[in-house]
Design a binder for this molecule. Structure first.
Ligand code: ADP
Length: 252
């Protein structure tokens, strides 16, 4: 039976890998990967800031960067428009879960580096940042979970890889090795929907949509995202608990 390009079921995430506190000098840091997409986040702060003295809450700064070797073709080192926009998108996805009013007059910096990219870098970044923020002790009401859902051809799936994001049944028809996948996905192209969720509140803090989808399909895709966000959150949480107990910082 034909399945997804990489053999997954429609509701199956890529393999998740989590490594915690990997940057010595950061207050908290984490690597989060969805398959071949690998994001590193490092949190510095809260530090006192003149910039935010006028504010009644801390100031959050996010910088998302793709490393030159993260893509098959060397990426230019200078931050492009996409990176500037994604920094803002990630900041807005995280902020609703942070209790920044509890640390007024300070600044929190999050540096995100994409070590390898195979689609879903913004969602892997949100998870890495969320883990790093919690290790840094930044007050938050829950972990924010990022993941992508989407429609490929006519099929709703979770956690698209790059080959799926680039899906086009017309192109596949000309490829004798890959045309069998049309049987699984159906006709059409891909619609990618990266989302971020505060699982305890079932609240979306990010929904982006690139492509076309009906209301019913969007509803199905978002419900699939809600369901899978719990699986990711549980994995993130168990990794934090394991890390804190093994580093002697936590008595369970
Ligand atoms: P996301 O990584 O969040 O899915 P995009 O939809 O913008 O964001 O990008 C999809 C994928 O396209 C990336 O994960 C990466 O694999 C690839 N990509 C994005 N920008 C570049 C680039 N400048 N050079 C090469 N590949 C890129």
């Amino acid at each position: 039976m034909v399945k997804r390009f990489d053999g997954r079921e429609y509701n199956e995430l890529r393999k998740i890998n989590i490594k915690l506190n990997v940057v010595d000098n950061a207050k908290g840091s984490a690597i989060f990967s969805f398959g071949d997409t690998v994001a590193l986040a490092a949190v510095y702060g809260p530090k006192p800031s003149k910039m935010s003295l006028d504010y009644d809450k801390a100031f959050l700064r996010v910088r998302y960067n793709m490393l030159t070797f993260s893509t098959p073709e060397r990426k230019k080192p200078t931050p492009g428009r996409r990176e500037i926009e994604l920094s803002e998108v990630i900041k807005r996805a995280l902020e609703p879960a942070l209790l920044l009013e509890e640390i007024p007059g300070s600044i929190v910096d999050i540096y995100i580096e994409i070590l390898n990219a195979d689609a879903g870098t913004r969602t892997a970044s949100i998870n890495a940042a969320s883990l790093a923020l919690s290790l840094a002790g930044i007050p938050m009401k829950d972990l924010v979970v990022g993941l992508a859902v989407g429609k490929i051809g006519e099929k709703i799936v979770v956690d698209l890889n790059k080959e799926e994001e680039d899906y086009d049944s017309e192109k596949l028809k000309k490829d004798p090795e890959k045309s069998k996948y049309i049987e699984y996905y159906g006709e059409g192209r891909a619609t990618d929907i990266p989302v971020a969720i505060i699982p305890s509140e079932k609240k979306f803090t990010l929904i982006q949509l690139d492509g076309e989808i009906s209301n019913k399909e969007l509803n199905d895709a978002l419900n699939l995202a809600l369901e899978k966000s719990l699986e990711i959150k549980n994995l993130m949480k168990s990794n934090i608990l394991k890390h804190l107990s093994s580093s002697g910082n936590f008595i369970y």
